[in-house]
Design a protein around this ligand. Structure first.
Ligand SMILES: NC(=O)c1ccc[n+]([C@@H]2O[C@H](COP(=O)([O-])OP(=O)(O)OC[C@H]3O[C@@H](n4cnc5c(N)ncnc54)[C@H](O)[C@@H]3O)[C@@H](O)[C@H]2O)c1
Ligand SMILES: O=c1ccn([C@@H]2O[C@H](COP(=O)(O)OP(=O)(O)O[C@H]3O[C@H](CO)[C@@H](O)[C@H](O)[C@H]3O)[C@@H](O)[C@H]2O)c(=O)[nH]1
Length: 439
């Protein structure tokens, strides 16, 4: 199939590269010329394992990138994978997505809806990949129709939320737990089925496909993220209780996770959830619920617990060290391992808290230093974890990069061997003053 992917960030680039790899002819559109140049050059503007290999293989062949929308009418399907950032009140800013939907509609209108596809069909399917609330579906449909003008009746909107995780985006996309198709017609569902067919054929697993309406589909995405984020918050809440009792929350939750109804995943307590999705999406569905007259008390509590974890980590530091004027290492800056993304990373409140205490912060991350430097230009950045620890009075472990588990002698170079572990990645050992956040 011929596919256009509008928006080439974490989701759009992964989608474009994986669809090209599955045999489709893909055009990636982005307003950022730097992103487009990188894609045409065969590499991503973001760090995501496996993505560059796919881009190097398909760029210039089955995958092209452009800043222009004018090729859209030649495609069988157009995906919108534009960011949906939070506004001040937590609701999503639909501005960029609405603009992209309208421009997509205009491109289709200019070509008189669409050129006929191989099967002679002149309807065009526009699929929202972005995470949007149920009421927002109507707004995007209207923006698309406004752009398409007289051609609007031959343009159909569908939603197909994405469940990939950063750091494992390619693998997650190629081996999904489920696919969710939110459509208004059998025609749109069939088109999505045809599109995903080669991907599904390439996996050994039986992938459930949920066929529903566009609004339910996007609600499934919010429910999914709200559930996972709340699950971690519950593990953190219980973990904080365990810590008060001098118990190891990991021993407790490992046992709890043996219950099939609960599952062992997303029970790792610590400094909390960050990233571009959980905070934004939980805030968005809370705001949308309030707008609709419902107070989502449990989701509010999940956010409150999460917001409190970095401060709890800093309080543990205060129990051991007066950080004022001291060199304090922050190990891990990305919101999770495997990515250079620092959006809503727990490292941000940790660094701010250390700076408020007058500490000299030295940060280290294997890939997220450049992004953090933009946010905190005054912080010192080390080339290695060992260099960050050298001479430090304390270390705060914020991201569970594997390499931190292997640290050993490096702790000997600390001025005071105080380690506050927010991710249970460093082993307790003799000579370390070790504090786990919930263990
Ligand atoms: N990041 C994830 O892991 C993830 C996973 C699932 C769903 N999502 C959702 O997918 C959506 C996209 O997220 P992302 O992380 O890929 O965003 P992103 O910010 O990384 O990328 C968005 C891209 O869109 C481009 N863009 C903005 N306006 C444009 C326009 N009018 N035309 C063309 N390009 C335009 C930007 O230049 C940018 O490259 C969001 O709604 C997000 O919630 C993200
Ligand atoms: O047991 C756990 C698991 C995760 N986290 C933290 O939770 C955050 C999010 O982690 P993860 O879900 O792995 O990363 P994301 O890339 O943000 O992926 C989430 O958000 C995406 C965007 O919506 C969804 O597509 C994914 O399904 C959903 O897992 C990170 O800060 C993790 O450190 C924990 O604290 N404890």
């Amino acid at each position: 199939m011929r596919v256009t992917v509008v928006g080439s960030g974490y989701v759009g680039t992964t989608l474009a590269a994986c669809l090209a790899d599955a045999g489709h002819d893909v055009t990636a559109v982005d307003i950022d010329p730097g992103v487009v140049a990188a894609l045409n050059d065969g590499h991503a503007a973001i760090h995501e394992p496996g993505l560059d290999d796919l881009l190097a293989e398909h760029a210039g062949e089955r995958l092209r990138a452009t800043t222009e929308y004018d090729g859209i009418p030649d495609a069988d399907v157009t995906f919108l994978a534009i960011g949906t950032p939070s506004r001040e009140d937590g609701s999503i800013d639909l501005g960029p997505l609405t603009a992209a939907a309208e421009m997509t509609g205009e491109a289709l209108a200019e070509a008189g809806a669409t050129t006929a596809n191989a099967d002679g069909d002149d309807r065009h399917l526009v699929v929202v990949k972005s995470t949007i609330t149920p009421p927002a579906v109507g707004e995007i449909r209207e923006a698309l129709a406004a752009g398409a003008g007289d051609a609007a009746d031959r343009v159909e909107l569908a939603t197909n939320p994405e469940f990939l995780r950063e750091g494992t985006a390619v693998d997650d996309f190629q081996h999904p737990d489920k696919l969710v198709f939110g459509t208004d017609s059998d025609w749109a569902t069939e088109r999505l089925e045809t599109l995903y067919e080669p991907l599904l054929a390439a996996t050994d697993a039986e992938v459930p496909v949920v066929r529903t309406d566009p609004e339910t589909a996007v609600m499934i995405k919010y429910a999914n993220n709200a559930f996972l984020a709340s699950k971690i918050s519950l593990a953190n809440d219980l973990g904080n209780v365990c810590k008060r009792f001098g118990l190891d929350a990991y021993e407790v939750m490992d046992a709890v996770g043996l219950d099939d109804r609960i599952s062992a995943q997303f029970l790792r307590s610590g400094v909390g959830w960050g990233g571009s999705c959980f905070p934004k999406d939980v805030d968005a569905i809370r705001a949308a619920a309030r707008e609709a007259g419902y107070e989502p008390a449990l989701l509010d509590a999940a956010v409150a617990v999460n917001d409190g974890q970095p401060e709890r980590m800093l309080e543990l530091l205060d129990d051991h060290v007066d950080a004022a004027g001291e060199r304090v290492a922050v190990l891990g800056l990305a919101f999770k391992p495997g990515t250079d993304d620092i959006r809503n990373s727990r490292a941000i409140p940790i660094i701010e808290g250390l700076q408020a205490r007058g500490a000299e912060v030295v940060g280290y991350d294997p890939v997220a230093t450049a992004n953090t430097r933009e946010r905190f230009p005054d912080v010192e950045y080390a080339e290695s974890a060992a260099a960050a620890l050298d001479g430090a009075t304390a270390a705060l472990v914020v991201t569970d990069w594997d390499e931190f588990a292997a640290l050993d002698d490096a702790f000997d170079a600390m001025a005071e061997p105080v380690v506050i572990d927010g991710r249970r990645i460093v082993e307790r050992r003799e000579g370390l003053v070790y504090e786990g956040l919930t263990w």
